[in-house]
Write a protein of this length. Structure first.
Length: 203
């Protein structure tokens, strides 16, 4: 019987524009999609990894996407005191093949997403504009914010105002306002004349 030797787990950290969030990047695919846990309750329901991270007093949020975990810390802790501990912990967890997400999470999120889409707020005559806005966000915005350990979702379009939802490192990040105003708003207004302003909500 052949023994399959797995490649060792590599894990490194990347800073995000949010000083309270740090990205822990690994050479394994953890979850193809986005899983955003702002509180322990949701984590306990769906993610053994996020639940175990919430057991540290300094963990305030956990965001899992593709091959990385973004951890948002409580502001009264310093990264230099906790980063190595978290790095070792995540590395061991993945090494021991700990469960990342429970079965059914994806389906549940699809339901949530479908409900959110149903509540998308725009009039039928704006549906063409909304499609353009969504396409631009998917193509240009999402890949960039994902690099920073976050995510942005469309929420509504009303009287020229686009509302977006910030997740992961983007949520509560001081520079996300700059990104939103200078980057996303500028681009959408340039490409879609009907857009007058872009605002955000925390996911």
């Amino acid at each position: 019987m052949e023994t399959v030797t797995k490649s060792p787990i590599m894990l490194y950290t990347e800073q995000t524009p949010n000083p309270e969030s740090l990205k822990f990047v690994t050479n394994r695919m953890l979850y193809k999609g986005t899983a955003d846990f702002r509180d322990k309750e949701l984590a306990e329901k769906w993610s053994p990894l996020a639940t175990s991270l919430f057991s540290f007093p300094y963990v305030k949020g956990v965001y899992i996407c593709n091959n990385f975990v973004t951890v948002t810390k409580e502001f009264n802790y310093a990264w230099e005191d906790i980063m190595l501990k978290l790095k070792e912990y995540i590395k061991d967890y993945i090494n021991n093949e700990g469960k990342i997400l429970n079965e059914g999470f994806e389906e549940e999120m699809e339901k949530v997403e479908a409900a959110r889409k149903a509540s998308y707020d725009y009039s039928t005559e704006d549906s063409e504009i909304v499609q353009k806005i969504k396409d631009l966000i998917e193509t240009y915005v999402k890949p960039a914010v994902e690099m920073d350990g976050g995510n942005i979702e469309f929420k509504s379009f009303h009287n020229g105002v686009v509302t977006l939802i910030m997740q992961g490192a983007c949520s509560g990040c001081p520079s996300s306002t700059v990104t939103l105003k200078a980057g996303i708003e500028g681009m959408l207004m340039r490409m879609i004349p009907e857009v007058k302003e872009v605002v955000s909500e925390m996911g």
